[in-house]
Design a protein around this ligand. Structure first.
Ligand code: PRP
Ligand code: MG
Length: 212
């Protein structure tokens, strides 16, 4: 049977839970920790360990057939890519936050402000909808430091436990979206691999039911 090619996060929050759900589906993956590609012994699957932000493009190009990825990344970079299943883990929000000491009334307060973020499209769309113009500074990580070093007035980033906001003296003022891990599908997946996807989805659905 043709192997389905799945992308999962190389390292970070989704990595462990993604491997766990495959394992719970009875799929064993031979895992050399430093390998970027691995195969399953008992399911027609190849696993590619990739950077989160690159995964939407790999799906679009059909270099991988499916992926376990945060919805937030798809909303930011892959609105054209279909979601087959919500997976119920890695829940988080994408939020706007300001320094604790700042008085905050409404989203209009962001007018003319500098916002540091790794989610420019998400912020742009959100503020556009609210009729607010702000100045975005795109940075790829450690976003919450930006107000403390004078780079920005506010930030937009993922909030999970809230501990990063807390440690950096920031407060969440707008929740732009809620996200969880999903199984995303390449628009270029072949008919043959769709059959493997069906098998996988059947197993995932049983696992999710059992977890309830
Ligand atoms: C992520 C995200 C937030 C934080 C949210 O950063 O960018 O900063 O986690 O989680 P929390 O609400 O539980 O604190 P990460 O630690 O992955 O590092 P990075 O921003 O440098 O990529
Ligand atoms: Mg961070």
């Amino acid at each position: 049977m043709t192997k389905i090619r799945i992308a999962i996060q190389k390292s970070g929050r989704l990595n462990e839970d993604s491997l766990r759900i495959l394992k719970d589906c009875g799929i064993s993956i031979d895992n050399g920790k430093d390998q970027l590609k691995a195969s399953s012994r008992n399911f027609p699957m190849e696993v590619f360990y990739l950077r989160n932000g690159d995964i939407p493009q790999y799906l679009r190009d059909g270099v991988v057939d499916i992926a376990i990825i945060g919805e937030n990344v798809l909303i930011e970079k892959g609105e054209d890519i279909a979601v087959a299943e919500k997976l119920g883990f890695s829940k988080c929000k994408v939020s706007l936050a300001v320094p604790k000491a700042v008085k905050y009334d409404s989203v209009k307060d962001f007018e003319g402000k500098r916002i540091a973020t790794s989610y420019p499209n998400t912020v742009k769309n959100y503020l556009k909808e609210k009729g607010v113009n702000a100045d975005l500074h795109i940075i790829s990580g450690s976003v919450e430091i930006a107000p403390n070093i004078g780079l920005a007035d506010a930030i937009c980033d993922i909030v999970s436990s809230g501990s990063t906001l807390f440690k950096n003296n920031l407060k969440e003022v707008e929740v732009m979206l809620k996200s969880e891990a999903v199984l995303a599908v390449s628009p270029k997946i072949s008919e043959e691999r769709k059959l493997v996807l069906q098998k996988l989805q059947f197993r995932i659905q049983s696992v999710l039911k059992a977890r309830q």
